[in-house]
Design a protein around this ligand. Structure first.
Ligand SMILES: Nc1ncnc2c1ncn2[C@@H]1O[C@H](COP(=O)(O)OP(=O)(O)OP(=O)(O)O)[C@@H](O)[C@H]1O
Length: 694
């Protein structure tokens, strides 16, 4: 039977040992049915993957009708392997797990069952003939065949063989093994890294061929502790975990990424009833340990199958701790439940089938174990950087820029940049020739340094600070980043803006290569859109900030205007309503024919209300008139500022980028005219800010 998504398997041992021709394994493996097969107790429906156990009078052990227990059981398993060869067992139980391991999935195949039921035969096979070899030698053969086939990968294989005997970990392949191996027990420690479990101290043997691997396997087998007891003369008294460790790296893709996997082939010690097997002394102690660990294994399986449980007691015993990442992790797991087909063993058979059935409820989450080798990745990136540098230098040679380097700047180069910045700030150098990103960064760093120094020196002297700021503003204007998005948002908020089409940004863009200006080279002006952004934060910053302030005032006044209009409308509505009420009252009294003069007078309270409302109306109306005037005025200022910003920009653009002189002269006069006006604007703004003055 089995667990997990891949088709697990079930192995059913339905008969007592038949001296010859065992043909067992994969799904349900059963030798020829013997006469003693308890047909009335058990039905094996191999095709349907089902085993039924019936309560019969002959089987007193299962007679528990007093407790209301069912007297027949039906177990649906993933497969039954009955009367099948070792090869068939391997194909059905292990082949896909091995293939998965080569692709980077962890895999576990585990044989469970009553002592003598055929677990070791299934896992290791019989030494009698090659045909009867079990899962482990077949898996090794397939791994090495695949290594040969998968030429596009570099695959390394290691092996380890662990035994758990009486809760002690033993390395079956330890170089210290031999007669004295028992004295080396206990030196192995179970450790966990993330979700992965490994045994510290367990020897890991590199193997390059099937032959070497099989030699190691036989060596490990020899070291297994074999006991003897009444049921099975060669019963293994320990749990054994044979592990094939695989690491696979692509030969064609990046070697920094690789996959690893562990393929655990587990032969569990047989479960037994101590009384039945007549164990005593050392054998009794062994049986107790075995049964205890198997019972903990069962508890773990129960906990894993129960989704509501958030704690799984893996650490209660060495066996479950070692198998932690194989039972509940990212592993392809197959459980083979070996069972007898004898009436005398029906209770153990039932218990093995129950265990198998529970295991069916456990879901694992198979995933490829992908890793990244940081050292290799660094090497690969370094190689790539070098390649890109080479490509860039070829490109630079082709475009006639041979002296550009992409290495970090040397001390001498940094000193040169610092001196250039200093000269630029002093006015001795008109422009800094930009040659690389590194150099631009160094220039900015130097600017920052100078600004910090100036700040410290200029503290307590606002005049000098202001001067420094304005100096650095105008000098840096050619490399500042324009805040284009902010400007466009501001323009969007103004519903009265109609001159956007006049903005220089709407003209076609013309970029010169890298936008770099250097003294000796022919200069191509930047696009007007880009230049305008520079202008707004540079020379045009004063007029631009006045424009922004005017827009803000205009926006605020618009809000006020809207609010007043709403208030006036609502007062007007109330006046109309009150007037209507008065009229209605009047008409009502007239129709009633009331003669007294006072009866024609409307209610005094309504008259008072009308009076108050009219006063409010008057007051709001006057305020509205004032605000309207302000709005118009502000709008005018905004328009004026915008026109001025644009015209000053035009002049600056022509001067800066050395356009023909005649064109320049034409615009200069206009500018001078406008300069005097532009400085009046802040005063007007102040007046607008204090509403009462108007
Ligand atoms: N299908 C089979 N065909 C032939 N012989 C078998 C078969 N199954 C088991 N045997 C033989 O039965 C004996 C007991 O089997 P095995 O050692 O595999 O049992 P086990 O479950 O591993 O027992 P234990 O738990 O005590 O180790 C062995 O001699 C084995 O060769």
């Amino acid at each position: 039977m089995a667990v997990h998504q891949r088709s697990p398997s079930n192995l059913t041992e339905l008969e007592r040992i038949c001296k010859e021709e065992w043909q067992r394994i994969p799904k349900s493996r059963c030798r020829k049915l013997v006469a003693s097969f308890p047909r009335r107790l058990m039905a094996v429906l191999a095709q349907k993957g089902r085993v039924n156990i019936y309560h019969r009078k002959e089987s007193r052990k299962l007679k528990d009708s007093k407790n209301g227990q069912p007297n027949s059981w039906s177990f649906q398993l993933d497969g039954i392997l009955q009367d099948v060869s070792q090869e068939e067992v391997y194909t059905q139980v292990c082949r896909r797990v091995v293939q998965g391991a080569l692709d980077g999935y962890n895999g576990t195949v585990m044989c469970f069952g009553q002592t003598g039921a055929g677990k070791t035969y299934t896992m290791s096979g019989s030494t009698k003939s090659y045909k009867q070899r079990g899962i482990i030698p077949r898996a090794l053969q397939e791994v090495f065949q695949e290594v040969e086939k998968r030429t596009e990968y570099s695959i390394s294989v290691h092996m380890s063989y662990l035994e758990i005997y009486n809760e002690t970990l033993v390395d079956l392949l330890s170089p210290l093994h031999g007669a004295s191996h028992r004295s080396h027990r206990g030196k192995l420690v179970i450790d966990e890294v993330g979700r992965e479990v490994f045994i510290r101290g367990l020897s890991l043997h590199p193997v390059h061929s099937e032959e070497v691997a099989l030699n190691l396997l036989f060596e490990g087998e020899m070291n297994r502790i074999i006991g003897s007891h009444a049921l099975n003369r060669n019963s293994s008294r320990s749990h054994c975990i044979f592990t094939i460790h695989i690491e696979s790296r692509s030969r064609t893709l990046s070697a920094a990424t690789y996959v690893t996997s562990k393929l655990n082939l587990v032969d569990l010690a047989g479960s037994e009833r101590v009384g039945k097997t007549g164990s005593e002394g050392q054998m009794f102690k062994e049986a107790t340990y075995i049964n205890k660990s198997l019972s903990f294994l069962e508890q773990v399986i129960l906990a894993l199958a129960d989704r509501r449980r958030d704690h799984v007691p893996f650490r209660q015993t060495k066996l479950t701790h070692v198998l932690k990442d194989s039972l509940g992790g990212n592993c392809n797991t197959v459980l083979v439940a070996n069972i007898y087909g004898e009436a005398a063993q029906i209770e153990e058979t039932l218990s093995a089938l129950r265990f198998a059935h529970r295991m069916k409820g456990v879901k694992t989450d198979p995933a490829v174990n992908k890793h990244l080798d940081p050292a290799l990745q660094i090497k690969e990136l370094q190689k790539e950087v070098q390649m890109l540098k080479d490509e860039l230098s070829i490109h630079n040679t082709l475009v006639n820029r041979p002296n550009i380097t992409y290495e970090p700047l040397s001390e001498a180069q940094l000193a040169e940049i610092n001196s250039q910045v200093q000269m630029y700030l002093d006015g001795r150098l008109k422009e800094i020739n930009i040659i690389s990103i590194r150099q631009v960064q160094a220039v900015f760093a130097q600017f920052k340094l100078v600004v910090h120094q100036n700040k410290r020196q200029g503290e307590g002297s606002p005049a000098s600070r202001k001067r420094l700021e304005s100096e650095s503003k105008s000098k840096l204007s050619s490399i500042q980043t324009p805040d284009r998005e902010q400007e466009s948002q501001e323009l969007d908020t103004m519903t009265t803006d109609t001159q956007e089409s006049q903005l220089p940004g709407n003209e076609p863009l013309q970029y010169c290569e890298n936008n770099v200006l250097s003294p000796g080279l022919p200069r191509t002006p930047p696009s007007k859109a880009d230049a305008f952004e520079d202008f707004k934060v540079g020379q045009g910053s004063t007029i631009n900030s006045i424009l922004k302030e005017n827009k803000a005032v205009l926006l605020e006044r618009h809000g006020l205007l809207r609010q007043l209009t709403e208030e006036i409308n609502s007062i007007k509505k109330e006046i109309d309503c009150t007037t209507a009420t008065i009229q209605q009252q009047k008409e009502k009294r007239e129709t009633q024919g009331t003669l007294h003069m006072s009866c024609f007078e409307p209610d005094a309270s309504l008259l008072l209300k009308i009076k108050e409302l009219k006063a409010q109306y008057q007051q709001r109306y006057e305020a509205l008139r004032d605000i309207k005037a302000e709005v118009n005025y502000c709008q005018h200022l905004v328009d004026q500022c915008r026109v001025r910003l644009l015209s000053e920009f035009e002049i600056w653009y022509k001067q800066t980028f050395m356009l023909p002189e005649e064109e320049l002269e034409l615009t200069v006069d206009k500018t001078l005219e406008q300069v005097s006006l532009s400085y009046c604007i802040p005063h007007i703004l102040l007046i607008l800010g204090e509403e009462k003055i108007i």
